[in-house]
Design a protein around this ligand. Sequence first.
Ligand code: EPZ
Length: 416
Amino acid sequence: MDKIIVEGGRTLKGEVRISGAKNAALPILIASLLTDGINTFSNVPQLQDIHSTALLLENLGARVETRAGTVRIDAGGPIQYEAEYDLVRKMRASVLVLGPLVARLGKARVSLPGGCAIGARPINLHLKGLAALGASIELTHGYVEASAPRLKGADIYFDVVTVTGTENLMMAASLAQGTTVLRNAACEPEIVALADTLIKMGADIQGAGTSVVTINGVSSLKAVEATIIPDRIEAGTFLMAAVLTKGNITLFNTEPDHLGALIDKLRLTGAEIDIDGNNIHIKNSGPINSVDIKTQPYPGFPTDMQAQFMVLMSIANGTSMISETIFENRFIHVSELRRMGADIQVSGNSAIVKGVPHLSAAQVMATDLRASASLILAGLVAEGTTQVNRVYHLDRGYESLEKKFAALGAAIQRVK
Ligand code: EPZ
């Protein structure tokens, strides 16, 4: 297993290009199952999760060709209705094939995704929505079997805002008979990106990006070319690294409008942020002020940036409160940060972070994707040399992160 070694104390300077968004690419690649031609997607990040998605689509019968950041998918041939356990267990977002398979084939058999480090991650709302569209759902031997001769539009309310739940049902409803309304839908930019791609394919969708999405089913969708939007979570990670190391960096290929909540909070910590089209310039020369955050569905503060922000607060001046309202167990990084000298008390879904003068380097272990990024950030400022183990978590969601940090002046390297 690879490790990443970081020597703390360097100031980040220079510029970095942000990659395409993993959480936009996954549903968009899977949406190609709804079409019968060759789709070409560009600015696709080269990540383990993208590779897993390509394997899954090939396993279902699609032809997939990946060349650097461009992925071509031809789902015009015969498509299987079963996604097997071995592929789904590697990536829970595989559950996104459920909606497209039922819509296209009238049935699907997909292994139930297990929980993961940050929570139980049930898919009950995905299934409730498919049932509302007329699918009969059976849970047997760890698989979900869904079947419907033809899906029929329905009025669906989500008890909880769910990103992939909204995506799954938006794709299924695109080919259903009649009108579907999704209420309390997720509003993330990745939802809008998927809707834009489906509309390009010929779907009739209104309201994507708001909490009420209306989909008028059509009879078929055609293959398209589309470009993946920038990754707001990767961008946020670099913005926080700049504040942490009192650096001065420019991010290229971002969508600043997707980062409103984080930019607001970083300005409150004292960072100077200038936005110039798709580029963001950030520098921080003074002390870091303590700022409270509470994770919320978009456009609130993203849960995927909570662990990284906690590192920032661990060396801030004063005490801050971090509340995690999306996942029930997303403070796993706390124990590792404590080992690096952070002063953090957790009670329920809140963490009280008391700033300390500095962190001290240690051997630490990554547990989930965003927690592993936070350990790298901690290593950038900790005194001494930090070793982050199990970086395969990192490779799922960040494209050559250590190379990008090294290009900004960090003393960081990957060892096999
Ligand atoms: C997506 O996961 C993202 N993954 C996650 O990013 C992100 O953290 C999450 O949205 C929240 O923003 C992808 O887009 C591939 P949810 P998702 O369904 O869709 C509960 C990363 O780091 N819920 O919005 O699985 C659920 O338990 C990953 O890239 C139900 O109860 O998250 C959670 O508490 C990590 N029943 C809340 O809703 C359901 O049927 C939000 O989950 C579905 C969800």
